[in-house]
Design a protein around this ligand. Sequence first.
Ligand code: FUL
Length: 503
Amino acid sequence: MPRSSITFVFWCALCHVTLAERPTISPPQPFGATPSQRQLKWHELEFYGFLHFTINTFTDKEWGYGDESPKLFNPTDFDANQLASAAATAGMKGLILTCKHHDGFCLWPSKYTEHSVKNSPWKNGQGDVVREISDACRRHRLKFGVYLSPWDRNHPDYGKPAYVQYYRNQLRELLTQYGPIFEVWWDGANGGTGYYGGAREKRVIDRGSYYDWNTTIDIVRKLQPDACIFSDAGPDIRWIGNEHGIAGEPCWATYTPTARKGESKPGPGTTNARQGNQGTRNGRLWLPGEADVSIRPGWFYHKNQDAKVRSPENLLDLYFVSVGRGSSLLLNLPPDRRGRIHENDLQSLRQFRQILDAVFQKNLAQNATLTASNVRGKSAQFSEQKVLDGDRTTYWATDDSKKQVELTATFSHPVSFNIVDIREYLPLGQRVDMWSVEAWQDGKWTEWAQGQSIGNRRLCRGKSVTTDRVRLRLSGPVCPAISEFGLYAEPASAGTSDKAPGK
Ligand code: FUL
């Protein structure tokens, strides 16, 4: 090699190293609404559980009237460890407990009411379900969250200003006495008939103004700054608009909630919640969806539903239409009268986890050579390889002017896949609004799947295809930022349930 060439190669190598190591290329500007730090942390959870447990478990009801005697609450073999271990086995990352449901009975010995575990025979009134479950969650490395029903059919002051103080006092107890709380859950069911300290009447509240939610939000922010607040309209997480666990298609993390007809502003119970199913492209807020659903027909345990537990295949279907659409999956597990998760539910959860692990065992794209149509500033920092590093904080990005781009995975031997997994880098907003996956077949590109939203995670499950080349095509109003890309082959044994996921 002539001397000048050697010098040139040496110079290039030097330049390359210097460029690669120095992040001289600036990242893309964020686009639209972007997540807060607490939302980003929450996005990592994806799958967590609900525990509906209270007086209803013992009266065989879904909604208690509020006149139930605390003496009815008497689990015969309560085991918080068993509950937490069921959730952990299923791969859940946290548990949210109905500390108080609409009937007003409190699972902790609140000092603001007598309608609680302290007047139940369970542990001679010395028990505290919230304490035991929050402790068990920590032992099993699960996050812990609280459901405190805004509607209280027991409390005499419900409908008056005094009740709002009571509600806030209770919230303070829950947020200060049980360690870190990852989510605070506010239901939209508000007002109606109830016991109300003996009045036994209908109490209608002005849902838009009665609770003065902004003041309550400030309390949560002050006492648990990392906790995400869920309601029909956030402020951190939105309801997906149905109780079947099914997110919309598309499902945007951005959302502009609107008020229900006759209501002045969107909030718990006053939002046009159906719109939460898909969210809003370019919505005003980063307000991702949470899809809640029960493993049984009811939210609370009913013996006559023991044979109606969702199958592992049905749970897998649900996973794809919730987590796989960028939402989270909040799966309810109702403890039975013993205070345990029933064996049928346990079996389904265990098998579901086994299937899920088998499905995502191997990212086939790891064996491919990746080539992108463009890499931002040709910088290693934004290279297409970042989509394979399993790290959601790194990403492949293109130059600002490149808004219609491609990523091709070439294999040395044909592979078969039926699942595609894509993640956007969320701190820069939801950028892509059209994606497609193509497979090279019979000498040409053939579309395998396409859609609009990606967000935290987009799982697409379709027919198995065998190919040695796969192409991801993306477009949007700005350049994309993709943090992960995967191709998976579902084992034949995984199966799809014959029923629609919501059923
Ligand atoms: C609903 C409640 O009315 C149900 O009882 C249950 O708690 C569910 C998760 O939210 O709105």
